[in-house]
Design a protein. Sequence first.
Length: 498
Amino acid sequence: MTTTAAAPPPETTRTPGTTPTTADRPRRRISARVRILLWLLLVMAVALGSVAATTRTILLRDVDHRVNGLLAQETGEFANFEERGLDPENGRPFTDPHRLLYVFLERQYADPDEELIGMVGRPGRQDPAQIHQPRRVPVALPLHRDAESRRRIFASPDSSGTLRRPSGEIRWAKVPIARHGGEPDAAFVVAFHPGREQAGADAVFRILLAISGVALLLTTGIGWVVAGRILHPVRLVRSTAEQLTEQDLTRRIPVRGHDDIAALAETFNAMLDRLERAFAAQRRFVDDAGHELRTPITIVRGHLELMGDDPAEREETVRLVTDELDRMSRIVEDLLLLAKAERPDFVTPEPVQLAELTADVYVKARTLGARDWQLAEVADREVPLDPQRITQAMVQLAQNAVQHTAPGQTIRIGSRTDGHRVELYVADSGPGVQPQDRELIFERFRRGTARRGARGSGAGLGLSIVRAIAEGHGGRVDLTATEGGGATFVLTLEEAPA
């Protein structure tokens, strides 16, 4: 039985020179500037179009209300005249529809788009005789010249309606005139041509559309410029992120203003600061480890290569190698601790009784060497700090004091408070620190240009660890001269007010 291998996907089988497929082409992204502008234009177009359409609807409705009111007014006046009017020739009520319509029409004045027409039925003919005012109506085909429309209105059983013609719409109302209870043989008709007023509403609509178009063009230009200015820091963030490398983390975004974009730029710059510190700590860790571990590794290798068969020589070599390995282990642990100092969880503060912590440090420090240990002063207050880290820093300062003092010399340990400031200190009576070395001794693997005493077994990381612990608590470590000679190292911590 034979098997066939599955065909590779199209992306892997495409030969050079062929046209890339849709899956091969990268998706084109629409910039935020364009999307904001498109949404703005869409919303404005809908809003302006709605305003124009609503305005046209309101104007057309006003035309309808005006026409209906005019038709009701004219028919009401005729009905009142028919009921109460008297023939001026004899002073009696009208009995002849033709005479009634004639007298009423000669007393009326029609509007420019209005026609007042009297219609009298003729026996045996469908076309009623008409009586109208000799007024020119500005339309293509007025009603008094349109026999077919007159017949349809005269024959309609309705009292009002709308007549749609190719030449224009007519809104009409009529009052039938009946005599002796018979069929209506005459009628008064009011016809209105709303085309001109409707055209006015349409003209306003077109003007509004034109204004909306101009407004959209202006909005496009202004929106493009404003969106560009607002999103400029965002583009700077993107371009800065594209240019960042592990070797160059120094670029920053200029912050202008106090809006959300400026806050974004500040946040991005703060993130870059953290990244730069993290990469710097990593590089410093690697450089320091490589620099400091190179010597013990060379010593170990050299002794192992020269080790002979003599048991005493082998025993001495093993002792030296073990001592160097122990020193390397301490260096690695100290470097890892300094690297961890960059993390936010380096210290975990908790409420601690300062008097109890000071007493514990004093008891632990007394085992470091035969010195005149003194508990100088103790502050009685509960403060938030990391007791393990503070104990580690104070013991390191005590160990440093032991290395630079002789047996029997005084080392004082104490704590005190000043307002919201908490100070823990270790003071020795040794040779002190030269002024040019006061900042130097807190750097990694630096012991100063002038030694205070015999060289210890450390790698020059102790005071760096102390400074890292102090800064982790938001404080600092200070070095002052001890009264009578010596050096005093003070951990100064700012206690947050309640």
